[in-house]
Design a protein around this ligand. Sequence first.
Ligand code: SER
Length: 320
Amino acid sequence: MKTILVTGSSGQVGSDLVAALRKQHGAMEVIESGREVAEQLLPYEMLDVTDSQRLGEIIEQDRVGTIYHLAGILSAKGERNPHLCWNVNVNGLRNVLEAAKFYQLQVFWPSSIAVFGANTPKVNTPQTTIKEPSTIYGITKVTGELLCQYYAHRFGVDIRSLRLPGIISYNTPPGGGTTDFAVEIFSEAIKKGSYTCFVRPETCLPMMYMPDAIKAILDLMRAEPAAITVRSSYNLAAVSFSVAELVAEIQKHLPDFICHYQPDFRQAIADSWPSVIDDTQARIDWGWQHSYDLPAIVADMLEHLSRKLAKEEALQPISS
Ligand code: SER
């Protein structure tokens, strides 16, 4: 039987996706990978995705049949190091696509709402529209989408992709994204009762709860190849809300919670992205449907995160 390789498996989406894949396919069939030296009981490979030779070795030695290629640099971190962002996001993906062509692998790769820019319609952003991103991250995602489409049409690579919105989850925090405020706000609300947000209260972005994101990825990968009419990347949506609306929903559970605002360079990035995405094509082609709206996300996040933080605190050594 062929195995599944997940790159960037210790990241926000990777950690939850690995758990879901192991439940579905068996723990030993799913290989995590990343740049950290890790002593793991379950399959793990050291891999820098810009190293095509190492990638090939792993594919051969572990009989890999599918790659979930999640390793990437997000929008805010990308602005701090554009060279690294291009190298990891574009050259890493190209290595995966070349390997997929050679070894006939199925590939999942996440694109992002960051492919859109100031000239894109902000509300009900269509599947096919102007893509002129202002960030290097967005530029790598547009390039990646075109590469995916090219490898699918020219070489028949079974590559599938989603334009992910901001993802909200409690297991692993995101790192270096513009939508990170929608995750940080929960732990700060529980721990401190206040949060200083780096974008303004009226900032409204497309968001999704992790269980919906995982379901979307797995449903897309299970769909019949003939059903996949988009080989660049599908628009994917669940909910859109402003920071003010998120704060008000959290206050229903934690009435004393206060949010302060101190916008930084991430405001301009958020302002360049759409607020509501039209994902009709995904709903038609492979039956995409989300489950979690804003009240459901907030209730579930607060419940799980409170439990997690309480457990972590109980494990802290007592200082004398
Ligand atoms: N969540 C990502 C970011 O903020 C967007 O894809 O960078």
